[in-house]
Design a protein around this ligand. Structure first.
Ligand code: UDP
Length: 329
């Protein structure tokens, strides 16, 4: 089985690549190393079945070449992270819309199966008690940079669905909710490595807003197997599946958990959103998944406790601060 992983040097992508190699696949990674890191693939760098190609999904000819002859494509390459999207919305729009279109076209031409990795961000400000895949999307103005990510990913999903309908593309969509684990970096906004890094350095933990906003964090070790199961299930074609954690936690509670897990003496400070992300920034108060569709389709059961996820991130940050290519701890 030949699998392509766009964004395979990223946080989730690198865990997926390891799993595919362990299952005996030939794996080709296409990554532009904008946010991905070569070091994320260190554990598998010497595997003969792995090929890493440095290039962008915006390079249509390259995407065609890479996808040609593949059995399946896991499309994870994207501009991600609230910090990055707010700072460079145009890059995000181009990569996330035109890049995905290139991947969809290449899959139609080659006949490869596709897993499109979308995001829970598409639900926007819908605070429903359990967001179902058919729940409404409540987005702010497209002129507010934060919403450009949800807008672009929503278009990606609509494109994928139309390609399935009109060209018979064999595509399934995953919507991960705040996936966390080793190799995730806080540089682009992600809260868990950010808070854990601050706790390890003994700095104040920066909780944005009032800290009462909630999320349902999930382990990359629960999410990645669900992704491979989804692409392998013919009955999932043409549909989208939430992949989120079970436990709803406020960011203030999360900060305390980061302090407790690391044994840090850090304090917690509340930082206004305008200070963190500039004027006009809007956050989601709550984001809680209904995972029942993925549970029924592929047995998705996010069992890893958040304590274990936070401990994994802390171990990873400690380890990486001592290697040749240190992360900013
Ligand atoms: N957040 C925070 N401190 C940080 C980074 C993020 O309080 O250093 C908050 C952020 O405002 C949001 C939550 O944590 O309410 C999750 O943020 P993240 O960017 O990880 O994911 P998303 O907002 O996409 O769920």
């Amino acid at each position: 089985m030949k699998s392509i992983v766009t964004g395979g040097a990223g946080f989730i992508g690198s865990h997926l690549v390891e799993r595919l190699l362990d299952a005996g696949d030939d794996v080709v990674v296409l990554d532009d190393f904008s946010t991905g890191r070569r070091a994320n693939l260190d554990a598998v760098a010497d595997r003969a079945a792995l090929r890493v190609i440095e290039g962008s999904i915006l390079d249509r000819r390259l995407v065609d070449e890479v996808v040609n002859g593949a059995d399946r494509v896991f499309h994870l390459a994207a501009a991600v992270g609230v910090r990055l999207i707010v700072d460079r919305p145009l890059d995000g729009l181009r990569t996330n819309i035109h890049g995905t279109e290139n991947v969809l076209d290449a899959c139609v031409r080659s006949g490869a199966r596709l897993l499109l990795v979308s995001t829970s961000e598409i639900y926007g400000k819908n605070t429903a008690d359990r967001l179902h895949e058919s729940s409404d999307r409540i987005l702010g103005s497209p002129l507010t940079a934060r919403w450009t990510y949800a807008a672009a990913k929503g278009i990606d999903e609509a494109f994928a669905h139309a390609y399935w309908n009109e060209f018979g593309l064999n595509v399934v969509i995953a919507r991960p909710f705040n996936t966390v684990g080793a190799r995730q970096t806080g540089r682009y906004g992600m809260v868990v490595p950010n808070l854990v890094g601050q706790a390890l350095r003994g700095e104040p933990l920066t909780v944005f807003g009032d800290g009462k906003q909630t999320r349902c964090f999930s382990s990359v070790h629960d999410v990645v197997p669900a992704m491979t199961a989804l692409i392998e299930s013919p009955e999932c074609v043409g549909a989208a599946f939430n992949l989120g954690g079970k436990r709803e936690i406020s960011i203030l509670e999360l900060a305390q958990l980061a302090i407790d897990t690391t044994g840090s003496s850090s304090s917690i400070v509340l930082v206004p959103y305008e200070e963190a992300y500039g004027a006009g920034f809007e956050d989601m108060r709550r984001r809680v998944p209904d995972n029942s569709a993925a549970a029924a389709a592929v047995g998705f059961d996010p069992i890893t406790p958040l304590e274990a996820v936070v401990a994994e991130v802390a171990d990873d940050l400690r380890r990486r601060s001592h290697v040749a290519e240190p992360v900013a701890l």
